[in-house]
Design a protein around this ligand. Structure first.
Ligand SMILES: C[S@@+](CC[C@H](N)C(=O)[O-])C[C@H]1O[C@@H](n2cnc3c(N)ncnc32)[C@H](O)[C@@H]1O
Length: 225
């Protein structure tokens, strides 16, 4: 399947010129997302209370900034240069200290082994397709310290709606646009299996009910073994 990960940059270029957007999301969606999705995840057993956290796929940095404000030592990485630029500006505006780097989560050559306590999927794993998903998980494993924690927050369990607005292909469980696979929305059990195969022990896993009638969210806390 064809992929175009760096193509996400075009979305940031468009959104940066629209004052409604804070980054990937609109300002109004962002606070709700933090309260309904990330804050409850932080309260779950196994989520570290502090430490060096790397957000994989940080985009314009809004989630990284929230975690820094919550006391974590945060670095964000994203493949989209416009996203990283925007993230740097957002952190400066919020007066928060976060490092942002441009990089590909499939290798993260700029990040040494065993350098983080927490690898947090900033809803990037569902952008990663096919065999690349194992590379994502292996990279997260590599940059984590022994016993480090992987946090996954990813779309799952697509319900095929009558009007298939996001071009979901049930055979591959991917959304396809112009022949390019853009999202993997697989079965939550299959995603858990991928995480286990990449040598993580699952400490906590929950499927949150769908918020938009089509896609649920799988939240996982897993330990590097
Ligand atoms: C759904 S957006 C979420 C962005 C951000 N975490 C947020 O919540 O606002 C997914 C992000 O993953 C990034 N991404 C996709 N493929 C990537 C790759 N191979 N390496 C690094 N980042 C990638 C995209 O550029 C995009 O910013």
């Amino acid at each position: 399947m064809k992929t175009d990960y760096v193509g996400h940059d075009r979305a940031y270029q468009r959104r940066q010129n629209n004052p409604e957007y804070a980054g990937w999301m609109k300002h109004e969606e962002l606070e709700e997302d933090w309260q309904l999705s990330w804050q409850p995840l932080m309260q779950k057993q196994g989520f570290p209370k502090q430490g060096k956290l790397l957000e994989l796929g940080c985009g314009a940095g809004n989630i990284s900034i929230y975690f820094a404000q919550a006391g974590y030592d945060v670095t964000g990485v994203d493949i989209a240069p416009t996203g990283i630029n925007w993230a740097t500006q957002n952190a400066a505006k919020a007066n928060v200290n976060v490092r942002f780097i441009q990089g590909n989560v499939l290798n993260l050559t700029e990040i040494p082994d065993a350098s983080f306590d927490i690898a947090l999927d900033g809803r990037c794993l569902h952008c990663i397709i096919g065999g690349d998903r194992l590379l994502f998980l292996q990279t997260a494993h590599r940059i984590l310290k022994p016993g480090g924690i992987l946090i996954i927050n990813t779309m799952c369990n697509y319900i095929l709606a009558t009007n298939n607005i996001c071009n979901f292909d049930p055979k591959t469980c991917c959304t396809i646009h112009n022949d390019i696979a853009t999202r993997y929305i697989g079965d939550s059990n299959d995603i858990l299996q991928e995480i286990i195969e990449a040598k993580f022990r699952v400490l906590n896993a929950e499927v949150l009910p769908t918020r938009d009638d089509e896609v649920a969210e799988l939240q996982v806390i897993a330990e590097k073994i």
